[in-house]
Design a protein around this ligand. Sequence first.
Ligand SMILES: [Zn+2]
Length: 383
Amino acid sequence: MEQSLFLPIALDLTLSNFQYTDTTINLNVVSSRVSSQCPICQESSSKIHSRYLRIIGDLPISGKITTVHLQVRKFFCENTYCVRKIFSERFQQHLQSYSRRFDRFNELLSSMGLELGGNLTRRIGILSFVKVSASTILRLIIKCPFQPIILPKIIGVNDWAFKKLFDYGTIIVDLEKNKVIDLLPDREAKTLTKWLLEHPSVEIVSRDRSLTYISAITETSKNIAQIADRWHILNNLMESFECFLNTQRQSIKQIAVELKSEEKIGSSDNLSSPILEIEQNIKPFPKQNHSKYLDNFVKAKQLQSEGHSKRKIAKLLGMSRNTLNRYWERTTFLPKVNHKKSNILDYEEYLIKRWNEGEQSAKICIKKFKKKALNIKLGLFMS
Ligand SMILES: [Zn+2]
């Protein structure tokens, strides 16, 4: 049997024999080394004192719980000046003194334990033919060496909810490792400023458009580059494009009218231009409403800059949370447009016809009407 398939090669172990059942396999192993080093004086000795048996757990073989019965020798230390007279042979780097499992087995268990926790690792271990208790896994996790701390250079900051609508803090993420590195208890500028001053390694901060975070980073007086996160860059772009289109509304309408005129001249098709339809369906809000929304926007931004919470501002201005959420991220006011409601009268003829044919169930009638309306729209696009 090729024993290197089952045993750590560096240990110079020899497989004497093995026994197996349906669920377990026992490997009887002896060391093939002639001598061993004293752990105190490091002198090599080949004078054997006695032998004893160590029972060691190992990775499962072919779905069987594997146990290694290792015959360990004790040696006399031949150095007359050494305080240790008798020592057991060592299997460093693969099997620690007094350990009941090979290191490779412990590494697997601690890795699983770190990801899954003690109880879940134990339960999954049973399925994988690994039999250990949850306490053993926790002990292995405790023994794990700490990872070296790498100071963050590029971080992302954002607010997050301890309890949604009630209690918010600040989350800090290391963007190079994609890991959360800290949670601050609030969204105050001074708290973030203090954190940044305690972490001088930070060079770049990705943030939203919160004025609080902007002022917090600026207040550190450090050369930290501030970058809007991807979502806000796209949002800025979308808002700018929307603003641009709003200024070009007249031109778009004029082009649509011209296209319609050309269509009438060049074709007998009575279908209207989709662009013109869209434009006709979009009507600006009445001027009275527009000034009301603008006034609310200005007031909301003023209260936001004064550091008031969303809840308080919504209450003061009698504004819904959704509207306030839209205003919160914007720096400029965007006038609303009034989309014309779908006109059921366009399909009046079809509905009356169905009704007269005896289809007087409103539910079925609406279902068929929706199907018909969709076909009409598809037809418009296909033409
Ligand atoms: Zn010694």
